[in-house]
Write a protein that binds this ligand. Structure first.
Ligand SMILES: [Mn+2]
Length: 318
């Protein structure tokens, strides 16, 4: 018996199904949850998606208004399915429900997956969990329609950075199937990559105005304060992506973005292009991240934080 057969059996013998995913859910987490929800409903299953918080940029996805943000303690599920989460801890609030369910399934594409379900379909070659959902739905003999396809495409598009990273020829074969199902790619792209708000655009403008270039154009930095965010009525997350504008400047190796979280506390985001390991300085300040993308918080004023971080980066450039 293959894992796909096990999954089919678990789903066939369940009626009330709960889908959960990782904390701070991204497009793949939300897209795979909704895509699978729509698919399982074709099998007459009673399906609930539980995600405590989702960013409103995903509200265009069909079924997003049905996502439950809370569950009451007396609810019971025959089967809990965890999507796009490499381990049980990452499920956050969903962990409790995963633990409580009679049976469990894990579907994921992280190579580090802990196989913590009764059945685990983990294909790390896939660009996204959404791509794996296509395979699972096929094995359940559910034909993908436009509604499922839209959710699934959203996850494939975002997890590949717009089909830039982690893409194989088969990725486009799967996309071709979604196009056959009738998805419209332009509105999905616009919602996920282009659409913004006035507050976000104004905060970006403020940051770009302040952008400084140092060390023969190899370092750029900029910053925003709490007062800036208040002035433009920003929502949490409106500062995201500002750091990439500096990184995209020709000749820049490291882009630094400083954000005042509260008086005396600064959040630092770092992006490198080719050779500086920004995770080194992040780990020095108890932050986290990868070689070319990292972040941490630092105590002190904006001026002090800038001096400390820029000095560290300058040293690394030598
Ligand atoms: Mn993913």
């Amino acid at each position: 018996m293959s894992v796909l057969d096990d999954i089919k059996e678990l789903i066939d013998s369940a009626q009330k199904i709960l889908i959960v995913t990782h904390e701070n859910p991204d497009g793949d987490a939300i897209g795979s949850s909704l895509g699978f929800m729509h698919g399982l409903r074709k099998l007459e299953k009673d399906v609930t998606v539980f995600i405590p918080y989702i960013n409103k940029m995903y509200n265009f996805l069909p079924g997003s208004d049905e996502i439950r943000h809370e569950l009451s303690d007396d609810e019971k599920f025959d089967l809990c399915i965890a999507l796009d989460s490499s381990d049980i801890e990452r499920l956050g609030e969903g962990k409790k429900w995963f633990d409580k369910a009679d049976k469990t399934i894990v579907i994921d594409h992280h190579i580090t997956n802990q196989n913590y379900g009764d059945a685990n379909y983990v294909n790390a070659v896939a660009c996204s969990t959404c791509q794996n959902i296509i395979v699972v739905l096929a094995s359940l003999e559910v034909a993908i329609n436009k509604v499922m396809g839209t959710c699934i495409y959203a996850g494939m598009l975002t997890d590949t950075g717009g089909f830039r990273y982690n893409v194989q020829s088969e990725t486009f074969e799967f996309v071709s199937m979604l196009l056959e199902a009738g998805i419209e790619i332009a509105p999905i792209y616009r919602n996920l990559f282009d659409l913004t708000t006035e507050a976000r655009t104004r905060l970006l403008g403020r940051a770009l105005e302040r952008l400084e270039v140092l060390e023969d154009g190899k370092i750029t930095y900029t910053y925003v304060t709490k007062a800036d965010e208040a002035e433009f009525n920003c929502e949490d997350g409106d500062y995201e992506n500002i750091v990439n504008y500096g990184r995209n400047i020709e000749g820049v190796e490291v882009s630094i973005f400083f954000r005042e979280i509260e008086e005396g506390k600064i959040k630092v985001s770092l992006r490198a292009n080719d050779y500086v390991d920004v995770s080194l300085i992040a780990s020095k300040y108890a932050g986290g991240g990868h070689l070319r993308a990292a972040g941490f918080s630092i105590s002190g004023s904006m001026e002090q934080s800038k001096n400390i971080v820029i000095d560290e980066i300058k040293k690394q450039l030598q």
